[in-house]
Ligand binder design. Structure first.
Ligand code: G3H
Length: 496
């Protein structure tokens, strides 16, 4: 159970503590933030509402601890990360339970998230040892007009304090995808968990605590974004921000100082289906891509662009696939579970109502009970409907019928988002040409969009983000280049 066993020290009087100076603490504010269970809509957990002074303290500690950490041998940093990964996996059950209660993640997916996170941390430790242990050696005489009298040694050095802000839908996995690269690269880390998912994050941080990282190196601040959000993101101690989430990321990027930003801000991932695609393979693949975790993934299929001549057949097969989805509580491991908040459910409903008004075909009856929305396929969606462009982040998938590949590519590229896209066809040459034409960070050929495996580069264009993630890219992004130039006497060419 959450907050018991090895996790008992992270909670007091039913309020989970925040993490500072290597200890679990209660905020001096005396206030807490309630975490509402999306299924019961009742308060499930409470976390500390930290103050700005506490943010300052955590930042100061992280700054101090980083100096020593940067001098810690790379193999030792890797060793600690491996240890944290093992502890995380060992305690997957209580952490997964938090994910079920806080964000209504289906039970099996919750376990997978924690296991995937442990694997990510271990992979990051290994990759870090490989890429950070290498540098470059340059000589001056490769540039016109220069002699071989200068040697340049190039290495990677840490940035300082990295601020990590993960989203509600992967609070553990998308937290460690920021924490592990930051730490292996010699940075310190301040984590601001999302409200829904905060308790899972605190448990995960405790696994790092148990692994024995130096005091102050990792801090975890909980509280209301409206109270400490700007203060954290504009804090002069922060030397890099890695954020995953919604529009807030755009606001952060406008306010942040002259520091590297890694932002992943959602997508309207389009799926183009050509005439020759194997519809028996395509239909279940799109349904899984569109409806897993009730569509609350930035990489979920968010619009299907299908050639008109096969649209009826595809829609029928998708309807059959959707009919097999189970709907209910996350504890029962249902495919479709309540969406994260009431306001999310209301927003999804707005898009559905708009689509109904403008004439979309409902392939199932629209059904909602509290935060639980039954899976819905909307056919004959047209560009004047909001659902054609907006990201519902819920179990509603629009189908737009197209008459040419160009029409599909045009729709994809006209979106404000540019995260991922996919194309289904047996014609690989055509698929590659379409991939080249789709303006998204990734195009999947013959499969729905997905971030993983976690070492693949992951990036969005336009409003989908800044920078590239994936383990190697994150390590590189959380370091800067340092050159040391050795100046030698000019060599003489006259021999003897
Ligand atoms: O929601 C955004 C995540 O990065 C999606 O990750 O493709 O593994 O579900 P996923």
């Amino acid at each position: 159970m959450a907050g018991t066993g090895v996790f008992a020290e992270i909670i007091d009087e039913e309020v989970f503590k925040y993490y500072s100076e290597g200890e679990w603490m209660k905020s001096s504010s005396g206030k807490s933030v309630a975490i509402i269970n999306p299924t019961t809509r009742k308060t499930q957990y409470k976390v500390q509402a930290c103050t700005k002074e506490e943010v300052n303290k955590v930042m100061g500690n992280a700054k101090g601890a980083q100096k020593e950490w940067a001098k810690t041998p790379l193999w030792k940093r890797a060793e600690l990360l491996h240890k944290a990964a093992a502890i995380l996996k060992e305690h997957k059950d209580p952490i997964a339970e938090c994910l079920v209660k806080e964000i209504a993640k289906p039970a099996k997916d919750a376990i997978s998230e924690v296991v995937r996170s442990g694997d990510l941390v271990s992979y990051c430790a290994e990759e870090g040892v490989r890429i950070l242990g290498e540098g470059k050696f340059l000589t001056a005489d490769s540039f016109p007009g220069h002699e071989r009298n200068k040697y340049c040694l190039v290495s990677k050095i840490p940035l300082g304090v990295v601020l990590a802000i993960p989203p509600f839908n992967y609070p553990v996995n998308l937290a460690v995808s920021k924490i592990a690269p930051a730490l292996i690269a010699g940075n310190s880390l301040v984590l601001k968990p999302p409200t829904q998912g905060a308790v899972a994050c605190l448990h995960m941080v405790h696994c790092f605590h148990l692994a024995g990282f130096p005091k102050g190196l990792i801090g975890c601040i909980t509280g209301k974004g409206s109270e400490i959000g700007d203060f954290l993101t504009m804090h002069p101690g922060v030397k890099c921000i890695s954020f995953t989430g919604g529009d807030t990321g755009i606001a952060i990027s406008k306010k942040a100082g002259m520091i590297p930003l890694q932002m992943e801000l959602g997508g309207k991932d389009a799926c183009i289906v050509l005439e020759d695609a194997d519809l028996d393979q395509v239909a279940p693949n799109i349904v899984k891509g569109g409806f897993s975790y009730s569509g609350q993934r930035c990489t979920a299929v968010k619009v299907v662009l299908v050639m008109d001549c096969i649209a009826d057949a595809l829609v029928e097969k998708m309807k059959a696939s959707i009919a097999k989805l189970t709907v209910g509580p996350p504890e029962d491991d249902c495919d479709i579970t309540p969406v994260v908040t009431e306001s999310s459910a209301n927003y999804i409903e707005e898009l559905v109502v708009d689509a109904r008004k403008k004439g979309a075909t409902f392939c199932q009856e629209y059904r909602r009970e509290s935060n639980l929305i039954w899976p819905l396929l909307l056919d004959n969606v047209r560009p004047d409907m909001r659902i054609a462009w907006e990201e519902p982040f819920g179990p509603v998938l629009p189908v737009i019928r197209i008459n040419s590949v160009e029409e599909g590519i045009h729709h994809c590229n006209a979106s404000n988002f540019g995260l991922q896209g996919c194309v289904f066809t047996k014609d690989i040459d055509k698929a590659i040409l379409i991939s080249d034409a789709m303006e998204t960070g990734t195009v999947q050929i013959n499969s729905a969009p997905a971030r993983g495996p976690d070492h693949f580069p992951f990036q969005g264009l336009r409003d989908s983000g800044i920078g590239s993630q994936g383990i190697t890219n994150s390590i590189n992004m959380m370091t800067k280049v340092k050159s040391t130039v050795i100046n030698l006497p000019t060599p003489s060419y006259t021999m003897g």
